[in-house]
Design a protein around this ligand. Structure first.
Ligand SMILES: [Zn+2]
Length: 854
């Protein structure tokens, strides 16, 4: 999208001559409830200084129309100053006041000011989402993180609405059918962190107070809101309870009083990501308001996100990266703090590190093996690069590496470093060196070498144990082999496991050591009896792929589920999944492990990831000739475990959902239909609305859901969520017409909102329909550049990633992907990156299939 991009060089140049003193932003959204109104009035007045009087600069703005531009009292013709993405001004004075009046567009893609109308009651809701660079869709701005300033928002909205922003409102004036909300100036913050939420939201209020070390009391008003029609499901007490525990915890650890006054948390519709850390006004996807029963893993996930965003108030909002190269400075920390905080704040989610090891890190391992992987500190040339870097490296690998850093320098040095970092750089911008400075001070260690190995290089190492024994079965030598492009220093624990009297695999020895280079001898192990299982990286201190010696692997094949410790078991599951992905364990062997041991997996989050992975193993990694049998085995296993699960338990619900995902044969589909009709019952299983849609999806994908039946379900659940699930069901039907309709709805029009783009793609791409969707591989590659240039980046990313022919695991599709890449060296780097990653997934699937076939 040329013209809409902004390069690092341009941002540096602008920051080198400008300093921003303040923004005043006036928005008039009284037209929002009228669906025919496409735009709202936006007036920005920015006061800034320029160190080179006479110079020229530009503001960023994506608006259908600019009405006026005024610089220091001088009117400038918008027709010449505005090019569709930038407002150019020249002849700057040392001190400047620039006012831009524009008509900005209500968004349906979740970028900028998103507008949503609730099908339940016809109410309209607005919220903003900007990161990395969409504030410019709402007001004229210097859109880069290092030009911080105080913002004063004024919002005129329908009189029945409430409005929130980063700061508290100072005044509300009613004039006829409208009310105008004047908000206090914020502290100096980056443009991407500003926010407005407006609409007839349901609100729950609470309060947090805390005695500070200086004897004063910190008072933080709290609120949480969601759409009115979700209010019956809104467990605000639980949300605000986690919030207060988090505020206690971060104040203790960070020793810097929460700097942004009040703390609002808005759960908003059609949100593109999990949540966003706008200071004082955090936004979350409203799927975190649970309409139906979910497992405890979902509650844990939500609590993790609440703490992640709260950590950002310090890491990211108070101290912000200078440019997107150092996005990790906030995201890796927040991701780490999400899990660390769940334990440290004494929430009830005591398995947070199990979830982290098993699920969050799977994201990192996947991303880090793409050809497009990058160091944690990245090279971000422009905004498109930035958009793609909200990825498994910046979040999950970064967090895992921070966990390793804590093991390396100790938690006291780590947190004392954080405390100094906040005090030293409050309301400023930082780079890697600023963080290393404080950590070196507090740890007394030289961290340059460590940082070079862990933060400034890409890729994941594998650690493999090598065990030799004597005639009596005693270890003569245990060595750790390291394999990878960059051999790193790893602080690890080695766990030695044997069967106890009950048959459980329990740890009988633990050795902690530093692993360096390609071979490290574990001296302490010599002379001990050879254990049944050697588990490297026990306790998950470092970031690596764990391999096994032959005897340990045999122990896992016969007893993985018998490992008593939850974290060790999760690590073992993670390791065998990596073996499968790497084509070192046949997919059918992995499926056999899941079928054998998943039924005894106690951790619900781990169980749910086993379901996802087993399905992927069959759909993509198994020999196609075995696929049908593998699918049957999974469905049979799901049915067996569903019948055996404790009535009403999370495990029962998880197995019911897995049955819906795998059901294919007459027996399984018959039960699915019976559960929907009420003619079949599983004791304790509540077939609530979300589960009903999962069951309908199974029938739809099998071609057994009639149009009237699906329409009837939508009539019974005529909600935003119902509309999405209904759309997905329609697209998931196994007919050429259904696929054509879904494809066309996404590709041929820009009318669909983000949520329905996603629903259509999800329904279209049912792996079992690969024969139907194969026709779309060639059109897909033809379409790519047009999509990239015409659609917003959020929607373009979904189309490129979602319509890639993932299920066409054959050499021909791989060749088509290569042909596109070879033929389009000049395509946007971010577009090429997405296609390269999809292509790499495909190549990986072919390698795994070859392993499974052999
Ligand atoms: Zn974050």
């Amino acid at each position: 999208m040329p013209g809409r991009n902004l390069s690092r060089d341009e941002a540096q140049q602008r920051a080198s001559i400008l300093a921003v003193d303040s923004y005043r932003v006036r928005l008039d959204v009284t037209s929002a409830p009228d669906p025919a109104a496409a735009t709202f009035r936006s007036t920005t007045t920015v006061a800034f200084r320029c160190s080179q009087p006479g110079a020229a600069t530009f503001l960023d703005l994506l608006a259908p129309a600019v009405r006026s531009v005024t610089l220091n009292g001088r009117s400038i013709d918008p027709a010449t100053a505005y090019d569709g993405a930038r407002v150019h001004v020249d002849g700057l004075a040392a001190e400047n006041v620039l006012t831009v009046e524009a008509d900005c567009a209500y968004s349906r893609t979740g970028e900028g000011l998103h507008r949503f109308t609730d099908p339940v009651d016809g109410e309209t809701y607005l919220y903003t989402h900007y990161e990395p660079a969409d504030a410019r869709r709402v007001f004229a701005t210097f859109e880069q993180p290092d030009l911080k300033a105080p913002f004063s928002f004024t919002v005129t909205a329908p009189a029945a609405w409430d409005v929130w922003s980063n700061a508290v409102h100072e005044d509300v004036v009613e004039e006829g059918a409208a009310r105008t909300w004047e908000f206090a100036p914020t502290k100096p913050i980056s443009t991407y962190l500003t926010a407005v939420v407006a609409g007839p939201y349901h609100v729950a209020r609470d309060h947090y107070s805390r005695e500070l070390a200086d004897g004063t009391t910190l008072e933080i008003p709290l609120s949480a809101m969601c759409r009115k029609s979700l209010a019956p499901y809104f467990d605000a007490d639980e949300i605000l309870g986690v919030t207060k525990l988090g505020l206690d915890f971060f104040h203790e650890e960070f020793d810097y009083p929460y700097p942004f006054g009040k703390y609002d948390q808005a759960f908003v519709p059609e949100y593109n990501i999990g949540a966003m850390e706008n200071p004082g006004c955090v936004t979350f996807r409203e799927e975190f308001v649970f309409r139906s029963k979910v497992t405890d893993a979902a509650y844990e996930g939500r609590a993790n996100v609440i703490l992640h965003e709260m950590a950002h108030m310090w890491f990211g909002d108070l101290v912000t990266m200078r440019w997107w190269d150092d996005l990790w400075l906030k995201e890796s920390f927040a991701d780490f703090m999400g899990s660390y905080g769940l334990i440290g704040a004494r929430t009830r989610y005591s398995s947070a590190w199990v979830t982290f090891a098993n699920q969050r890190k799977a994201w990192a391992y996947r991303q880090d093996q793409f050809p497009t992987t990058h160091p944690i500190t990245a090279d971000i040339r422009d905004l498109e690069d930035a958009k793609l870097n909200f990825d498994g490296i910046t979040y999950a690998k970064g967090a895992a590496v921070l966990k390793q850093l804590v093991a390396y320098v100790g938690s006291e040095a780590f947190f004392e470093g954080a405390r100094r970092y906040f005090k030293r750089h409050a309301f400023g911008n930082t780079e890697l060196a600023d963080l290393l400075d404080v950590l070196e001070e507090t740890s007394g260690r030289d961290l340059k070498t460590w940082a070079a190995a862990w933060l400034q290089t890409a890729g994941v190492d594998s650690l493999t144990p090598q065990v030799t024994t004597d005639a009596e079965g005693r270890i003569t030598e245990l060595a750790v082999l390291q394999d990878g492009e960059v051999l790193r220093p790893h602080r690890i624990a080695v766990g030695l496991y044997d069967r106890d009297a009950d048959g459980s695999l329990v740890r009988t020895g633990r050795i902690e050591l530093d692993v360096t280079g390609n071979r490290t001898v574990v001296a302490e192990a010599a002379g001990r009896p050879r254990p049944a299982l050697v588990l490297l990286n026990d306790e998950d201190l470092t970031y690596c792929k764990v391999r096994f010696d032959a005897e340990s692997l045999q122990t896992l094949r016969t007893g993985l589920g018998d490992i008593h410790d939850e974290l060790a078991r999760a690590l073992a599951w993670s390791a065998v999944w990596n073996l499968t992905r790497d084509g070192l364990m046949p997919a059918r062997d992995y499926v056999a492990l899941v079928l054998r041991f998943a039924g005894q997996e106690g951790n619900i989050g781990v169980l749910q990831s086993l379901h996802t992975q087993a399905k992927t193993a069959v759909d993509l990694y198994a020999d196609p000739d075995w696929r049908a049998e593998g699918g049957r085995l999974l469905a049979d296993g799901a049915l067996r475990e569903l019948r055996e699960a404790v009535p009403g338990s999370d495990h029962q619900l998880a197995w019911a959902r897995f049955l819906a995902q795998t059901a294919g044969g007459a027996e399984h589909l018959g039960l699915v239909r019976g559960l929907l009709a009420g003619s079949a019952r599983i004791d304790g299983l509540d077939v609530d609305q979300e589960l009903r849609w999962s069951l309908w999806l199974a029938l739809a994908a099998a071609g057994q859901a009639g149009d009237e039946e699906l329409a009837g379900e939508l009539a019974a659940d005529n909600t935003a969520s119902g509309k999405r699930r209904y759309t997905q069901c329609l697209a998931a039907r196994p007919t050429a017409e259904a696929k054509a309709a879904a494809w066309s709805a996404v590709v041929d029009s820009e009318e669909l909102p983000n949520a329905l783009v996603e629903a259509n793609i999800a329904g279209f791409a049912v792996p079992a329909h690969r024969d139907l969707t194969a026709l779309y591989a060639a059109p897909y590659f033809k379409l790519l550049e047009r999509v990239w240039s015409e659609r917003t980046i959020e929607i373009a990313m979904r189309i490129v990633g979602g319509f890639f022919p993932h299920a066409q695991t054959d050499e021909q599709t791989l060749a088509e992907a290569d042909a596109w890449l070879d033929g389009h060296p000049q395509a946007a780097p971010a577009l090429r990156r997405l296609v390269l990653e999809c292509r790499d997934d495909l190549a990986r699937a072919l390698r795994a299939q070859a392993c499974d076939r052999a």
